[in-house]
Design a protein around this ligand. Sequence first.
Ligand SMILES: NC(=O)c1ccc[n+]([C@@H]2O[C@H](COP(=O)([O-])OP(=O)(O)OC[C@H]3O[C@@H](n4cnc5c(N)ncnc54)[C@H](OP(=O)(O)O)[C@@H]3O)[C@@H](O)[C@H]2O)c1
Length: 429
Amino acid sequence: MESTVGIGILGAGTVGSALIQRLVDDHVAIAAKTGLDFSVRRVAVRDLGKARAFEVPDGVLTDDPWLVVNDPEVMLVVEVMGGRDRAGDLVFAALEAGKPVVTANKELVASRGLELVAAAERSGVPLLFEAAVGGGIPIIRPLSETLAGEPVERVMGIVNGTTNFILSRMAEDGAEYGEALAEAQALGYAEPDPTADVSGADAAAKASILASLAFGAWVGVDDVYYEGIEDLSPIDMAFASEFGYAIKLLAVAERSAAGISARVHPVLLPVDHPLAAIRGATNAVFIEGESVGELLFSGPGAGGAPTATAVLGDVIDAARGVLAGAEVAPRIRFSPAELIRFDDVATKWYVRLEVEDRPGVLAEIAGAFGDSGVSIKSVWQEGAGDEALLLIVTHRAAEADQRAAVEAIAKLDPVRQVASVLRVESEEA
Ligand SMILES: NC(=O)c1ccc[n+]([C@@H]2O[C@H](COP(=O)([O-])OP(=O)(O)OC[C@H]3O[C@@H](n4cnc5c(N)ncnc54)[C@H](OP(=O)(O)O)[C@@H]3O)[C@@H](O)[C@H]2O)c1
């Protein structure tokens, strides 16, 4: 027997309109497969005059999102309008009113997740956010349910399709950063204002969510260190490739005896690492667990249709609970995280230097690294007239020590320029 579930949707843009189309077009198939009969009762948008790709009965569309949350016929709320404050207040109110919430909003979950999870727990309703990381890739449910008992050691993800597209173009075609960004914008992979993507901020929100779920300890977005890709040069792309690396913007969440860390920055990744092969706007998340070993999840990290699939899965899951009428225990509990300061995180660095080509320079540079407790793993040098190019890869050392070494090196007489500094992610120390 089918049971009707009234849904309220906050936002009908890229994701919301794809979701509404699916709920309408696939209504019969969804009902046959799940026994659930969904009825879209209310949809909030900002501009009632805008043309929409879907059709809903008169009176369903409103420009007052509170009408959606407060409508007694709305049993379940989907938040796909984005933003932090207004969306957060609406989600909070829905949860307080005992309505399950499905959201795709990583910014909201990463910034107000603890408060919202607590509200959901108080009301005994689910707060689901499969689409908040990796768009159409199932990653939230595997991490929080299937792997709930797994001692996860590390999660590394390519979680921003815009930057992965740009880096792929730079690596494969030698494009400059600006050129690759313009192409991403022309193809609709990058927003007219690409700051959130290229600065690493979007990936940082996703790193916060991945870290919190992987370790069951709350890692807020402010606890995530992040750097973007704006300063990457095709020169480093070419050198990376020559030495067997790909450059990727990675979200890394790690747990060690010292604690938990989460960070986002470009890294040199060995070409045989599964994440090095992820091209274009595709996303991927690589999980390393003590018992399960290595897992790779990859697929479309954005786009209306794939993201709506993830939202719809959550909607179906939450609706089953609504109809069962039972209180839902939270899927995951978050304890306070023992965080490692970014300064203390051990990473390997790649440093490109332009130096005077004369005897003793290398010894001076090695000395400066040594003074900060950083040891050098490999050096590559090429002379050009009275100038030389030096590429140095260090062994693992604390971020603060690596930084101190490079600051000291920048002040050395024969050093003309520290042209670039990147981190290297590989198995060896
Ligand atoms: N796009 C993706 O591929 C993707 C993937 C994963 C997650 N997400 C997340 O999903 C959420 C939605 O993304 P989107 O790309 O669908 O955004 P979008 O295309 O900008 O759509 C936002 C929708 O919300 C409505 N809206 C915004 N502010 C409102 C307000 N104050 N009151 C009422 N309605 C309001 C807009 O109304 P109008 O239509 O009238 O402007 C629009 O329909 C975001 O949190 C995003 O991070 C998106």
